[in-house]
Design a binder for this molecule. Structure first.
Ligand code: SF4
Length: 463
């Protein structure tokens, strides 16, 4: 596919005026005027930023534990500083492990190199040579964070990852979602912004592209080429390679479905791949192992171990998948607690569904309520095939009397999954209701839990 090269020209022709006039863009461009940089502030802000990436405890601050670092970094001479001197300074901090001390020593040494090379001239601080050092200070996976932080510190450096994405869509067409990390490095965006001729400065190009790509959405600036590009209403669509190629990748399709709430059972493998697959191999593995014949909820531990064995030893795919399974299993489970007001049969269902729906045996439980129909306790009356002799009123009401219950609700499950009451269920209920009237502890309802639903005798008008 032929590459398009006039993204900025097309952007300026179609949206330049509108975007430039928007208060968000204007504020962004004004804010980026050159500021004086103080070494003390820059060093302290940099430390605060990078400490987040080094798993340093939040309890350690420049006032507690890390004073030697925060105070010492401002006193080091960038021309004569030795590594062991910095390491000693970090050893005087409390709460840092050896690895963190080493890591921070490297960062401080790099910072001193930047100070030495640029003399903190704001223009030189984001020259390519200095940027290479900033990128070494920040984690390898966070090069955009380094640029965003430099911008926050008052430097005019292009930093819009979303603007870069819009440029890539327009000029290179659909993305595979697995692109080469090198191609996605912000270095490329800096070169692209610097080479463009349409705007007077690279930062102007960056901010306009950012506005077009939805970075100002919180300020009411509707980005056309945002996470989900609105190609139908985009004035650049005629020349855009992304739009010409149909404009969608599997990734975008699934994101669109998520946002529009159109996810169905068939989409689960893609959804899992989108959610959990951080690289191509993991995505493929997920797409292969999760299909309609092997729904996630029926997975055994053995199956999970199989997936784990197919992955490299450092892969966390299986554990992430299990975490998701657990999350799904427990999400929405509402446990009633003593004193909780009981309002509907749905609350009983929500409380018991997780526990009862997959049981292979029938289980008969009574929920005991106080005189305000608040949850008091629950008791297992019996397990196994229900019949009148197993669910004896004596067992049911003995427990109710012991708890001084004022009313009760019967709950049981149908392992078949179908919650429709059987003739035996009807007979048992009838008998319990009669006895309840005699002993003054009314049976308020009988709820049968099935695989995906329930039947309430009261809601059905049987009781
Ligand atoms: S046509 Fe679509 S993909 Fe291309 S620039 Fe416009 S919104 Fe972005």
């Amino acid at each position: 596919m032929q590459k398009q090269t006039h993204f900025f020209q097309a952007l300026q022709n179609s949206y330049g005026g509108t975007l430039a006039e928007h208060p968000w863009t204007a504020a962004q461009l004004t804010a980026s005027s050159v500021k004086l940089i103080s070494r003390k502030n820059l060093a302290e802000n940099m430390l605060t930023k990078i400490l987040q990436y080094s798993s340093v405890s939040e309890d350690l601050t420049k006032y507690a534990g890390l004073q030697p670092l925060y105070e010492g970094i401002n006193m080091l001479n960038p021309h004569y500083c030795r590594r062991d001197e910095v390491l000693r300074m970090l050893e005087n901090c409390s709460g840092l492990n050896v690895c963190q001390q080493e890591q921070l020593t490297d960062s401080v040494m790099l910072f001193l190199q930047i100070v030495k090379k640029t003399k903190l001239n704001p223009l030189q601080l984001h020259e390519p040579e200095a940027l290479d050092l900033w990128w070494q200070i920040f984690p390898e996976s966070k090069p955009w964070d380094a640029l965003k932080w430099l911008w926050e510190e008052g430097m005019d450096v292009p930093h819009s990852q979303s603007g870069f994405r819009a440029w890539r869509r327009f000029s290179q067409g659909p993305l595979t979602g697995m692109e080469d990390v090198v191609k996605l490095h912000p270095k490329n965006w800096l070169t692209i912004c610097a080479e463009q001729k349409t705007f007077t400065a690279d930062i102007e190009a960056d901010r306009t592209a950012a506005a077009f790509a939805g970075a100002g959405r919180k300020a009411g600036l509707a980005g056309i080429c945002g996470v989900l590009p609105d190609c139908e209403n985009c004035a650049l669509s005629e020349d855009c390679l992304w739009s010409a190629a149909g404009g969608k990748t599997e990734q975008i399709e699934i994101e669109e479905k998520i946002l529009k709430n159109h996810i169905s059972v068939e989409d689960i493998p893609e959804l899992l791949a989108w959610l959990l697959g951080s690289n191509l191999d993991e995505r493929k593995a997920l797409m292969n192992v999760v299909n309609q014949d092997a729904p996630l909820k029926d997975w055994s531990q053995v199956r999970l171990r199989e997936l784990e064995q197919q992955q490299p030893s450092d892969s966390k795919l299986a554990i992430r998948l299990e975490a998701l399974r657990q999350l799904c299993k427990n999400y929405g489970v509402e446990e009633l607690k003593p004193q909780d007001q009981f309002n509907s049969s749905r609350e009983i269902f929500n409380h018991f569904q997780q526990r009862l729906e997959a049981l292979k045996q029938e289980q008969f439980i009574i929920v005991l309520l106080d005189n305000k129909h608040r949850y008091l306790a629950e008791e297992n009356v019996t397990k196994g095939i229900l019949n009148k002799s197993l669910v004896h009123p004596r067992e049911v009401f003995a427990s109710a009397i012991e708890h001084r219950a004022a009313a009760l609700i019967c709950v049981h499950n149908h392992p078949s999954g179908d919650p429709a009451p059987s003739p035996e269920d009807l007979r048992i209920t009838e008998r319990l209701v009669e006895v309840g009237k005699l002993v003054g502890i009314p049976v308020l309802d009988h709820v049968i839990i099935g695989r995906e639903g329930y039947v309430s005798f009261v809601d059905k008008g049987i009781l």
